[in-house]
Design a protein around this ligand. Structure first.
Ligand code: ACO
Length: 319
């Protein structure tokens, strides 16, 4: 059957930066509170009129350029997003058109901050089985539009961005395995409960979160699914060259790395400069570490995420 392998990465952050100091002047918060609780120093916010597909197309083009593949080679596009451009067509179909890709399949996946891990897992199966020859997986979000910017408990945490990878078939890993989980009974601890019906927004259109409950769950399930991925393939935490976790909160990342016995210098963290970009966060961090030369061919890399649903999952791969 074979494997799939990531052959190119790309990412994009919108131009506008909102620092913690900018927020201090608008709501009752402080740079010290935000940095000490989350590690976040700034976030990027999309311009008016800039859509998820615009961020996605910029990240996708960079990934395709890095992979050396043109639009004619892509036969599967998966976009992970919680903030689609519109109800339909899917953001993946809009991206397909913007990239000039014709043919193949394009669809969105919705697993909030675990969306990229879910999308990569699905694409892996298509590519490893030969159903797709060349897949593009994108995590892209304009999460800033789901925030009540007067709610200091949530608005300081999130930002906008996009990250992308291109996958091709390989005879050796590549991706060793993927592990996906969810527990719908925990939907209430992190949600946007509003929806569109009868031409109107019904319910609260902004993020609601039980921060401490999310924190505790995240540390527990990230540890569990790391161990699951490592044990499944006969590895242990210290075997990892790089751990690339969801970039929600530095305290969650550090607590998980410590439990896994992965030294801090082998953990990729980008949360300080862009906050939690939901489905975009893992490919943004991955692209950063690939482009600055930290991740090298042959390295063992663990990607993982946790988010609304609640959902969580991991991908173990050889670079
Ligand atoms: N600035 C200043 N004070 C604040 C802020 C703020 N931005 N936000 C909350 N506070 C106050 C609260 O009002 C509260 O004050 P009170 O005691 O007078 O009521 C106090 O700070 C403590 O609030 P807690 O919610 O208990 O603070 P905690 O130490 O738990 O930190 C945080 C909150 C950072 C949200 C933490 O719970 C957390 O990181 N949770 C994980 C949430 C997360 O990462 N979500 C991202 C989405 S999910 C995901 O991607 C995994």
């Amino acid at each position: 059957m074979g494997y799939s392998k990531i052959i190119g990465t790309g990412s994009y952050l919108p131009e506008r930066v909102v620092t913690n100091c900018d927020l201090e002047s608008r709501i009752d918060t402080s740079d010290e509170w935000i940095v000490s609780r989350t590690g976040i120093e700034a976030r990027h916010v999309a311009a008016d009129g800039e859509l998820t597909s615009d961020l996605a197309v910029a990240a996708a083009r960079r990934a395709m350029e890095a992979a050396g593949v043109g639009p004619d080679e892509i036969d599967l596009i998966i976009v992970a997003t919680t903030t689609p451009d519109m109800v339909f067509p899917s953001t993946a179909c809009i991206l397909q058109s913007k990239l000039g890709v014709t043919g193949g399949a394009a669809f969105d996946v919705q697993a909030v901050c675990t969306g990229f891990i879910y999308g990569l897992s699905v694409a892996d199966k298509f590519v490893a089985t030969g159903q797709s020859k060349c897949a593009l997986v994108v995590g892209a979000e304009v999460f800033s539009r789901l925030l009540d910017w007067n709610d200091r408990k949530t608005c300081v945490l999130f930002g906008d961005g996009a990250g992308a990878v291109v996958l091709k078939h390989a005879e050796a890993p590549g991706i060793y395995s993927t592990h996906l989980h969810s527990d719908g009974n925990l939907g209430h601890i992190l949600r946007v409960a509003g929806g569109i019906a009868h031409g109107q927004v019904r319910g609260n259109p902004f993020v609601e979160m039980d921060g401490p409950a999310v924190f505790k769950l995240a540390v527990r399930v990230l540890d569990e699914c790391s161990r699951e991925a490592l044990a499944h393939n006969g590895f242990e935490g210290p075997d990892l060259d790089w751990f690339v976790p969801h970039q929600a909160n530095l305290r969650i990342i550090n607590a998980t790395a410590d439990k896994m016995r992965v030294p801090r210098e082998r953990v990729v963290t980008t949360v300080a400069r862009h906050g939690n970009t939901s489905a975009a966060s893992v490919p943004l961090a991955l692209d950063g570490a690939v482009r600055d030369g930290r991740i090298q061919p042959g390295h063992l890399v663990l990607l993982e995420g946790v988010g609304g649903g609640m959902t969580w999952g991991s991908v173990l791969l050889r670079w």
